[in-house]
Design a protein around this ligand. Structure first.
Ligand code: AMP
Ligand code: MG
Length: 356
């Protein structure tokens, strides 16, 4: 299959291009498109065969459900069997935006879209191209991130082409996404709303609108957790670069001296992920500046791209600083920890270097 790539203006996409893309989706094809979080791989969410195609194109396990993207508030009630008041409040506050909510599914939603679950994930993205495409497609676009399963999510159309070129009908290139990390997922099927995946909408932001929001206990404890995460996608190893990645936590000078000493003592060809404030602290290794702690959105935005870039470089290992920034830190560290397979060292002054 040949994959067409068409550039679109991210603010005012050409209506002819949108109609062409919408027709592909209505005919059961696949179109990758930009959203404010990451690029999505869209199919018709109410069509079982389209959803099955998405899984095949990504190489995604079929029990890992898709998110249905809508463009109008009233369409929520078509795909969700029950919508609690808390969800309406959150939808009014955060849609369109980087918030996905889980509901009991309506009968019309095929199990192929929900990975066999009785629940359905729904989001209204905040991107003119995504919204126009969803409308042109008939209102319900199932879309996971447009990467091959296990790769970092795409933040540029070129990442989509790299992973899925030849396997899908069309890529709409709307330039770089706005946020760079996937949406926050909140489960509204239980007695208390529960965060299943952290994202740009933080717990604090949610609690400004509804009293109670819990955090899925399976999220916090890492690999050795006894309770598996509730969101199926959070159980898979994800975002992993080819070279092993190690997160180094501690005071900035301790982190730098630990990384520098490790590289020298082991004679490694190392990659280093650092913030703008610290890049000058690393004389050896291939240093990638992913953003500034002063502007933490820049760290979120460049994380996946940096992980992809290391796969093109001749490095045998990667060290990363920890990025526990005030607002986005929870979401950033959630993804970074998964990419590192939870390999973390905490250093203090004069700390020893482990043998591995
Ligand atoms: P992606 O868009 O690739 O980030 O994938 C969507 C993610 O949403 C999945 O990996 C799941 O973790 C989560 N998700 C989708 N539907 C449900 C659901 N019904 N219940 C729980 N989590 C869901
Ligand atoms: Mg994904």
């Amino acid at each position: 299959m040949e994959t067409e790539l068409i550039r679109v203006d991210p603010r005012e996409p050409d209506q002819g291009v949108i109609e062409k893309a919408g027709r592909i989706l209505r005919d059961g094809g696949l179109v990758a498109f930009p959203t404010e979080t990451v690029y999505g791989l869209g199919g018709n969410g109410l069509d079982a065969a389209s959803s099955a195609k998405i899984y095949r194109a990504k190489g995604r396990p079929s029990d890992n459900p898709l998110i249905i993207h809508i463009a109008r508030m009233q369409d929520l009630d078509r795909v969700a069997a029950q919508v609690p008041e808390a969800a309406r409040i959150l939808a009014r506050a955060f849609w369109p935006g980087p918030l996905t909510m889980i509901f009991p599914k309506a009968r019309e939603v095929p199990y192929e879209t929900t990975g066999g679950l009785e629940s359905v994930a729904v989001r209204m993205p905040d991107h003119p191209v995504a919204l126009a495409l969803i409308r042109a497609a008939g209102g319900f676009v199932a879309a996971p991130s447009a990467n091959r399963s296990g790769r970092p999510s795409p933040t540029l159309a070129a990442h989509v082409a790299e992973d899925l070129g030849g396997g899908i009908d069309l890529i709409l290139d709307g330039g770089m996404v706005g946020i760079g990390l996937e949406s926050t997922i909140v489960d509204l099927t239980g007695p208390t709303p529960m965060i299943l995946r952290p994202g740009a909408v933080s717990r604090k932001m949610l609690r400004a609108h509804i009293k109670e929001v819990e955090m899925d206990p399976g999220l916090e404890e890492g690999e050795e957790s006894k309770t598996p995460p509730k969101a199926p996608g959070m159980r898979y190893r994800h975002y992993a670069p080819q070279a092993p990645l190690m997160i180094v936590e501690g005071e900035r000078m301790d982190v730098a001296s630990y990384i520098n000493r490790s590289i020298r003592e082991k004679g490694q060809q190392a990659g280093i992920l650092a913030c703008a404030e610290n890049v000058g602290l690393y004389p050896d290794g291939l240093v990638k500046c992913i953003g500034s702690r002063e502007k933490e959105e820049t760290i979120a935005l460049h994380l996946y791209q940096a992980l992809r870039e290391f796969d093109q470089e001749d490095v045998t290992c990667i060290y990363s600083e920890a990025f526990d920034t005030p607002r986005m830190g929870h979401a950033i560290m959630n993804r970074l920890l998964k990419a590192a397979g939870h390999q973390v060292v905490k250093v203090s002054e004069g700390g020893d270097i482990p043998a591995n």
